[in-house]
Ligand binder design. Structure first.
Ligand code: NAG
Ligand code: NAG
Length: 190
């Protein structure tokens, strides 16, 4: 008898849990605790790298993919759209260790100065950050001393990332237009 009751109880518990699981898998939205995603303490990280925007030569990493009819007659290049896959390196030389790439778009979006709309992902390939990304969205007035852009999110180790990137031109070759930019990125993430 006792065994039968125990079996019955076990069976009804199983049914109930099945119902709960089924209900869960069809639930559109629910709240959960950060621990359920393995999130512990939020931390702040500082990343430093050099961004190489190579527009000249046989293997450019930045290519113009679109423009308006009036772009060439605009003093600020207004309307041009450039696709990039720019190397990010530890030091300022191209030969220094690559830590990732900046992949995405910059578009000349200002009629009064040379101002870029930056929409890019930093795709890291080095050490523990290999495979993690940060997403950047911001304005880059390239002839200003220090430009600041928002870090609006991330993936991998940078899930829930938010912060800012500061860009400062390191060198610009006036003949070719190739540019090396010093980046400091500050992000909160888990
Ligand atoms: C603008 O100038 C570039 C480079 O000189 C040229 O390749 C392109 O065809 C021009 N575009 C227009 C719309 O005139
Ligand atoms: C980064 O990850 C990729 C894919 O898992 C792997 O092929 C590559 O060797 C890794 N790079 C480094 C520097 O660990």
């Amino acid at each position: 008898m006792a065994v039968r009751i125990a079996k019955l109880v076990a069976f009804s518990l199983l049914c109930m849990s099945t119902v709960f699981v089924a209900a869960n898998s069809h639930t559109f939205a629910r709240s959960l605790l950060p621990q359920e995603l393995g999130l512990k303490k939020e931390k702040l990280s500082h990343l430093h790298f050099y961004f190489h925007d190579i527009v000249s030569g046989r293997n450019p990493t930045a290519v113009r993919v679109a423009e308006a009819k009036m772009t060439n007659s605009s003093a600020t290049g207004f309307g041009a759209v450039v696709m990039i896959d720019d190397p990010l390196t530890e030091g300022p030389e191209m030969s220094s260790k690559e830590v990732g790439r900046a992949q995405g778009i910059y578009a000349l979006s200002s009629q009064n100065d040379v101002g870029l709309l930056m929409v890019q992902n930093y795709v890291f390939t080095e050490g523990k950050y290999n495979g993690s990304t940060l997403s950047v969205l911001g304005r880059n007035a390239v002839f200003s001393g220090v430009r600041e852009m928002s870090i609006v999110g991330g993936s991998g180790l940078f899930r829930f990332a938010r912060g800012y990137a500061q860009a400062k031109t390191h060198t610009m070759d006036r003949k070719t237009g190739d540019t090396v930019v010093n980046y400091n990125v500050y992000v909160f993430h888990y």
